[in-house]
Structures are given as C-alpha cells and as structure tokens.
Design a binder for this molecule. Structure first.
Ligand code: ZN
Length: 492
C-alpha cells in the first residue's frame, strides 16, 4: 500500500506546498476547466489537460475515489475573455455558416479525439454550460439577494466593490484593485453601464441577432462565462471541494471570479487546493498564433509545419511534457523532442526486457528503494521529471542484469509491476508502433487471405476459393496463381 498520507500539493491560493488532506476521504472532488469548443484544441491546452490527467491517475493509484469533472464551455465565452463582444462560438458559426450547436459538436468531437490520442482518461462527468442554465440563473439570484449583484438594462453584474469591502478580491491572482484600476483607466473612457470598472457580467442581455439565448427574471440573455464553472463544480462536487485545476492563463479573471461568485452566493470559498499548469514556449518564445510559431496537435504528429523537422508520436509528446514540472514552462524544439523520442524508446525497451530476463537465485537489485523513490517524487506535488529520472536509474539496472546484477523471481515480478504501474497507469504512457506496423499491415493481411484461399483449394472447396478471388477483384486486387504459390497485385 502506498504512503497515502504524504502527498503534498502546491496550492496557488496560499502559495505554499501543503499536505493533501481531502475534505471527505476517500472521496476526492477534482474540477478542471475544459475547452471552449469554437476551434481546434491547441497544444498548450493539451499540456494543461495532461497535467490533470496525471493528477487524476495518481490520486486513483493512491486509493482515492476521485470524481473528476471537466466541463465543456458551449456558450457564454465572449471574445477577448471580456464582458463585451460576440460569443466565440456564435462568431465561428456565422463564419462557417452553420448552427452554433454544430460548431459545438464538431469541436467537441475534435477535442475528444485529440485527448484520446494522447491517452487522457475521460472525466467522470463532462457537463456543459447550456445544460445548466437554470442552475446559473439560481446562482445569480443568490448573489443578488446577498447584495453582491445588481441589474442594469437587462444585464446582471457582480458587485466587486461591495465584495471587496469584506473579502479579498485578488487573493488568488495576487492582483490589487487599485493596480487594476490603473491598468484599465484608459479603457474606462468609453461609456460603460457597470458601476465599477472591475465588476463583471454574470448575466448579459442578448441582442436581437443573438442565436443562443434564454429567458430569465432579467429578460432574454446569456450567462457570463465565469459563472458556469462555479455552478457546475458546486452541483457535482459540493459548495466546497478539494482540487480545482486549470491553465495559468485562467487564474485571472476566470478563477478569481469563480471564488468571488461562490462566496457571494453561498458564503463559502469553494476550493481547498488550486492548481495551475504553466505555458508552452517554442525555441524560447511564447507560443502564439500571431507569431506563427504555434502548431496544432495534428501538425505535430504529422510533422507538417515549417518549424518541425519531422512528426512526433502522441506518446513522444506526452513523455516530453512529463519530463518538465507542470509548474514550469516547457520549451518546444526539435532537439528536445528527438531526445524525448529516444528516451521513451529506451524506457519501453527496458520494460520489454523485464519480461525476457532470466532470474537467478539471489538478487542484487534494491527494488524497494526504487519504488520508494518514485512514490516520494510523485508525492512531492506530482513531480514527474524526478520520477522519470528514477525510472531511468532503474533502466540502467535492468540493462546491467546478467552482466553485473542479478535478480530473483520475486524481485523481477516486483520490478515489472512497478514499471507497469508507474509508466502505464500513472504516467499514462503506452506502447505505440502504429507507424511501422501500419506499413506492414496490408501485406500481412493479404498473405493471410491468400493462405486461406490456398487452404480452400487444398480442401477442394473451389466455391470459397473463387469467392475470395472475385471479391478481391472488386477491390481492384488481382491474384495470379503460379505453380506452387500465388501473388497479388493492386491496380489503382
Ligand atoms: Zn472554468
């Protein structure tokens, strides 16, 4: 049984590493902000979701019963993450001339197939914003009745000024209201219906041409983006839950507003441990669409991008991400990816070797200490790079068996179990030889079919033999019978 008590998590709220003590063990509530499904998921998002995939896997390994909620934002996320402008999904729908819900479906499907390629475990619940409009209206009502929200022209705003009288708005992001005021003073020049510059919309009046809109006590409108996460986390994990995760870019305003909304509505700070994953850079500069140095997961896999020397498999990329601490930036370069590709192969080869080595009577490998080290590093705020370094120390030992080291049957099994648990179950890596086997697969399948046909002929089952030949002909594959063998040919 692993040492359950010693997991430490870096809490972005207290800015300290804390002993993980869930509110209702063995139950753990984990909420992660999911994608806004208006375009293809980008690689930075994949890294962020991967971080929490490992958190989920490790908590499960420790024996916790984790309810993992990751939402789909399918309405309410406005351009520039602000209170103004068009809904991102509606804008895309107008551009592609299809229904907003077709956009939602298309990019939700795309998101699922991408995260599946990277071997992410699906969440326990994947709720949508449009599926929780009633609950969002109810939360707005609670916020208003507690005096933290006000209605103006059919929109409802969260009253940050009022909230800041008693509570610390900015406690998560470290931003101070007066500093924020300096930053936004210029933007304030234009007319704004909000009472205070930092107030944010929790319900936004819909214009006539808005497609996705709902009736509410304040008229026809749309819920504010930050509200859905407060509502769905409360509904499925309770007013107070264990871990809330997301990318660093969500800390402000999104997560800061989530805290304010929950305290405003229910008087409770919702999250015990806030976790934030860091960003991606490319050759030392920030990855961004406008700089032309961003790529989509498919481009990375196919290698079809000016910055890439070749394609890299999803598991190489997964391994590459895990070689960095989730709180550090990761820098993409061809050299680093190629090194990760080699490293992953060495690791997988060693795991295969573990099944093949012949055990001896005695054992000179200290398997327990290796297991302890890996558990200790994972317990240290999910430190995957150090864990991988320990696993490579083990690879050296595995490769030296028969030369300098001996291992008995019991230790061999223990070591094999350890590698399978840590590499496959916790780090979520898996064998992949899709590329090479795919090249060979058609040949192997044809060989199989030809053998079956030859067998039919030997059994004098001419009907089946002819059927196989005729059906293949329909697929433009011709079979030529030679004296004692058959060859095949595909004509385009
Ligand atoms: Zn969120």
């Amino acid at each position: 049984m692993p040492e359950i008590s010693s997991l430490h998590i870096y809490n972005s709220l207290t800015r300290k590493k804390e002993v993980f003590a869930p509110l209702n063990p063995p139950f753990v509530g984990l909420y992660v902000c999911g994608p806004t499904v208006y375009s293809d998921v980008h690689l930075g998002n994949v890294r962020s979701f991967l971080t929490f995939d490992v958190v989920y896997r490790y908590l499960t390994y420790l024996g916790y019963n984790v309810r993992y909620v990751r939402n789909i934002t399918d309405v309410g996320h406005l351009l520039d993450d602000s209170d103004e402008g068009e809904d991102k999904i509606e804008k895309r729908a107008r551009l592609e001339k299809i229904e907003p819900m077709e956009i939602v479906q298309k990019y939700t499907n795309g998101f699922h197939s991408t995260v599946n390629q990277f071997n992410l475990i699906p969440p326990s619940i994947e709720p949508t914003a449009t599926g929780h409009i009633l609950e969002q209206i109810e939360m707005i009502q609670r916020i208003i009745s507690n005096g933290y929200g006000y209605e103006i022209n059919g929109s409802v705003y969260f009253d940050v000024k009022k909230y800041a009288e008693k509570h610390n708005y900015g406690e998560l992001s470290g931003r101070k209201l007066d500093e924020l005021l300096e930053q936004t003073r210029e933007e304030l020049a234009g007319g704004d219906e909000k009472r205070f510059f930092a107030d944010f919309a929790i319900w936004k009046k819909a214009s006539d041409d808005t497609i996705m809109k709902w009736d509410s006590p304040w008229g026809i409108g749309v819920p504010g983006w930050h509200l859905e996460c407060s509502v769905m986390s409360t509904k499925y994990l309770g007013q107070e839950f264990d871990i809330h995760g997301g990318g660093m870019d969500l800390k402000f305003p999104h997560h800061e507003c989530e805290i304010a909304q929950s305290i405003g509505a229910d008087g409770i700070s919702p999250v015990k441990y806030w976790m934030h994953g860091n960003m991606l850079t490319v050759n030392g500069t920030k990855m961004s669409k406008s700089l032309g140095n961003s790529f989509l997961p498919e481009e990375l896999i196919s290698g079809d991008h000016p910055l890439l020397e070749k394609g890299y498999s999803p598991m190489t990329v997964r391994f590459f991400f895990l070689q960095a601490n989730y709180k550090s930036t990761v820098d993409f370069s061809n050299e680093a990816l190629q090194a990760a590709e080699k490293g992953l192969k060495r690791l997988m080869d060693a795991i295969k070797k573990l099944d093949e080595i012949v055990s001896s009577e005695s054992s000179s490998i200290d398997v327990d200490s290796l297991i302890k080290k890996c558990t200790k590093s994972m317990n240290d705020d999910f430190n995957t790079p150090v864990t991988i370094a320990h696993l490579f120390d083990g690879v050296k030992l595995i490769n030296s068996i028969h030369h300098f080291q001996e291992i008995n049957k019991k230790d061999q099994k223990k070591l094999r179990d350890h590698y399978h648990t840590f590499v496959f179950d916790i780090l979520g890596l898996k064998e992949e030889n899709i590329e090479t086997s795919n090249d060979e697969l058609p040949n192997e399948l044809m060989e199989l079919i030809i053998n079956l046909r030859n067998q039919s002929k030997e059994n004098k089952d001419w009907g089946t033999a002819d059927l196989i030949r005729d059906e293949l002909k329909k697929l433009n594959i011709s079979i030529k019978d030679n004296k004692d063998s058959s060859t095949w040919n595909y004509e385009e």
